[in-house]
Design a protein around this ligand. Structure first.
Ligand code: GLA
Length: 431
């Protein structure tokens, strides 16, 4: 470590950066370019899909006009490959002019005018993962100031091309630098991914103090295998990860890929359900200009969103892994409610699963549930009585569960969440 780095390290030890700034009381919702559009910079042959200001403007239009914004999807996030290969004469990052001719400040205005927020990407290191200019320690302040001056609302700070010592210095410094701009900006840290994602190499309590959210694990890809791998890793390590989350501090299992090419309808429901249970950011990466209705319905499911956005902000857990390859996930919610997800990891046919709420550690009493994806109501669920549900291969049944005496309260939820209007006892999921 050189003297410069050492001095910074010492300075840091005496500075605690508290991010108790009221941002992200619930997980962020929005859209990010990476999983779907990657580093497509070929605007000559692929105008529609290349990383350019038009892609972000089109997406902002769709978010504002197609009902997304009202549901909470508000961040439009630029990922890698937006930059020019050179910083400007003042050492500032600048967008590639041929693809962002209006500049980022103008794009931010376009997005703000539609009631949305803009996110951007930078990398703690010498280069971004795709080889664009990185943010070395000496550039942290100027980059934070540049983003603030453009009106950026969210920074994804990646970690390619840096070593653990630089990361240990750089991630807290960027937090401080963002704070110092005076502009509220969400700070998403990829730091944990680069040091294995788990304690003792990752200090989740420090992360919660300096970042609003953080990527813990590998990148999502457009496949069910990838979704399963991520869920498996998060669940296997839930004792370390689950307590780290709460209002203003979230684990990030990566983007929602619903609406792309890799998931069936059942698998798409599974991703939505599990991301809601995990209190994960609901950041889609798909083409909102071309989205089929089933993907739209899943992503716009009001009950799934309400579960994800529950104000207590307690991340859920995997409760059970059965030999028959059914898994049960659970998340406590406000007003004594809870969410249950029954996931089938089977590959044969719909599976009839028998259980009871008591087996899932519910206290004695009578409950009601709403089936999140069918909209049907399940009434008179006594904790000790067995019920049977049918779960499709690689699919889920997801329930919003609440004690029966709370049905008054749920009435008011019926009004807030239209999906509940569809609830019909005669379509009960209990077989
Ligand atoms: C890393 C990140 C991805 C994406 C790419 C961009 O792989 O984890 O989410 O930002 O870099 O190059």
């Amino acid at each position: 470590m050189g003297p410069f780095a050492l001095a910074q390290l010492l300075a840091l030890i005496s500075v605690t950066v508290a991010l108790d700034d009221g941002l992200l009381k619930t997980p962020p919702m929005g859209w990010m370019a990476w999983e779907r559009f990657r580093c497509d910079i070929d605007c000559k042959d692929d105008r529609e899909n290349c990383i350019s200001e038009d892609l972000f403007k089109d997406t902002a239009d769709r978010l504002a006009e197609d009902g997304w914004k009202e549901l909470g999807y508000e961040y439009v996030i630029i990922d890698d490959c937006w930059m020019s290969l050179l910083r400007d004469e003042h050492g500032r990052l600048q967008p590639e002019p041929s693809r962002f001719p209006g500049g980022i400040a103008k794009l931010a205005r376009y997005i703000h005018d539609r009631g949305l927020k803009l996110g951007i990407y930078a990398d703690m290191g010498t280069h971004t993962c795709m080889g664009f200019p990185g943010t070395t320690l000496d550039k942290i302040e100027i980059d934070a100031q540049t983003f603030a001056s453009w009106g950026v609302d969210y920074l994804k700070f990646d970690g390619c091309y840096s070593n653990p010592i630089e990361q240990m210095l750089g991630y807290p410094l960027m937090s401080k630098a963002l704070n110092a701009t005076g502009r509220p900006m969400v700070y998403s840290c990829s730091w944990p991914v680069y040091v294995g994602g788990l304690p003792p190499d990752v200090n989740y309590s420090l992360l919660g103090d300096i970042c609003h959210l953080w990527r813990n694990y590998y990148d999502i890809q457009d496949s069910w295998d990838s979704v399963q791998g991520i869920v498996e890793w998060f669940s296997n390590n839930q004792d370390d990860l689950q307590p780290a989350a709460g209002p203003g501090r979230w684990n990030d299992p990566d983007m929602l890929i619903i609406g792309n090419f890799g998931l069936s309808v059942d698998q798409a429901r599974s991703q939505m359900a599990l991301w809601a249970i995990m209190a994960a950011p609901l950041i889609m990466s798909n083409d909102l200009r071309n989205l089929d209705n089933s993907a739209r319905a899943i992503l716009q499911n009001k009950v799934a969103i309400a579960i994800n956005q529950d104000p207590m902000g307690i991340q859920g857990r995997r409760l059970l892994q059965e030999k028959n390859r059914i898994e049960v996930y659970w998340r406590p919610l406000s007003n004594s409610a809870s969410a249950l997800v029954f996931l089938s990891r089977r590959t044969d046919m719909p599976y009839l699963y028998h259980t009871s709420l008591a087996k899932l550690k519910y206290q004695a009493g009578t409950y009601e549930a709403n089936d999140v994806f069918t909209g049907s109501a399940v009434r008179g669920l006594n904790a000790t009585s067995e019920f049977t549900i049918s779960i499709n291969p690689s699919g889920v049944v997801m329930w919003y569960v609440y004690p029966e005496q709370q049905s008054k309260l749920t009435e008011s939820l019926h009004h807030r969440h239209k999906t509940f209007h569809k609830a019909k006892p005669e379509h009960s999921t209990v077989l």
